[in-house]
Ligand binder design. Structure first.
Ligand SMILES: [Zn+2]
Length: 313
């Protein structure tokens, strides 16, 4: 009799407790916070609620914006995650570290190396911009993990995936399988003019295909720039890059030179097709620099060995 009662209880619990758990997991996934700095160059900082405190994703470019993001997020901050080494994502690490010195600063090993070596001197370039409010010294990650590892950040298990070279040489996406939330860094932007300065538009297209395959159940994408959205943001990013490559390729028949007139025509067409898309960086010449970098990339491509995602553009 006692055994029957226990079995009944187990049965009831198996039904009721699992639905309670499901309800709890749905209800106990609080909204993810977002701070977006002003344009030009608006960039996002996110925070999610973990058992041990807030987990922050990326830290803004300027010290002023980092302080504003810190104030918006609240406390306690229990971990900081870095998606990639670009100045607009790591400039404010020190602000968060000074406020919460015990919160680990996570980065994948290749991203950590990129921050420490800064091979394209992006941090000095950012400091040299007019009215720059960039950290005079970088604060480095203190918790590194292997590419594609699963990490425990303040009590939340996050799958990570490493990408690049694409938008940048190396980039980490963080995925929460429970909420199906993807923190994409700059692999995906929402309605923004991307940075193509590193000349890996084809690598970026390959990355987007890999992103889809690696995380097929994404519900919400939290991009580095622009508003969060669904998985369609990946398709929109792909279409933008394909269109951009097509315009540049069409302007360079048989390896002809990229003239100012051609660049202006491409810029005008992009402005028509993507009106009001703010630039992800505060660099005034970004549109032209993007075109020059992709032109150089396309000239060096061998159609016979081009990866499949790049062939249609
Ligand atoms: Zn960015």
């Amino acid at each position: 009799m006692k055994r029957l009662a226990v079995s009944l209880l187990a049965l009831i619990c198996a039904a009721a407790c699992s639905s309670t758990t499901e309800q709890q997991s749905a209800e106990s996934a609080p909204a993810i916070g977002r701070f977006a700095s002003a344009n030009p160059g608006s960039v996002n900082t996110y925070w999610l609620h973990a058992p041990q405190g807030l987990v922050v994703v990326d830290t803004q470019r300027s010290l002023t914006d980092a302080r504003a993001a810190l104030a918006a997020a609240g406390a306690p901050i229990a971990a900081v995650l870095i998606t990639h080494s670009h100045p607009d994502h790591v400039g404010g690490v020190g602000v968060f570290h000074q406020a919460f010195p015990n919160a680990p600063i996570y980065a994948a090993t290749p991203v950590d190396t990129a921050i420490r070596t800064d091979p394209l001197r992006f941090y000095d370039l950012t400091r040299a911009l007019p009215d720059s409010d960039y950290a005079p010294q970088m604060t480095y990650p203190d918790h590194t993990f292997a590419a594609n590892a699963t990490i425990d950040a303040a009590g939340i298990q996050l799958a990570t995936a490493e990408f690049g070279p694409g938008e940048t040489e190396t980039a980490t996406a963080y995925y929460d399988p429970k909420t199906q939330a993807l923190f994409a860094g700059d692999l995906v932007a929402d309605k923004a003019t991307p940075a193509l300065l590193e000349g890996h538009s084809c690598g970026w297209l390959v990355d987007l295909d890999r992103l889809r395959t690696r995380f097929p159940h994404i519900r919400t994408i939290y991009p580095g720039h622009g508003a969060p959205g669904g998985p369609e943001l990946i398709d929109e990013q792909r279409t933008y890059l394909e269109h951009f490559r097509h315009l540049v390729r069409a302007a360079l028949p048989d390896g002809t030179d990229l003239t100012d007139d051609k660049m202006n025509a491409i810029t005008a067409e992009l402005s028509r097709d993507y009106p009001g898309y703010p630039s992800v960086a505060s660099l005034p010449t970004m549109s032209q620099e993007n075109i020059k970098s992709v032109a150089k990339e396309i000239r060096a491509e061998n159609p016979a060995t081009l990866p499949a995602p790049c062939r249609s553009s």
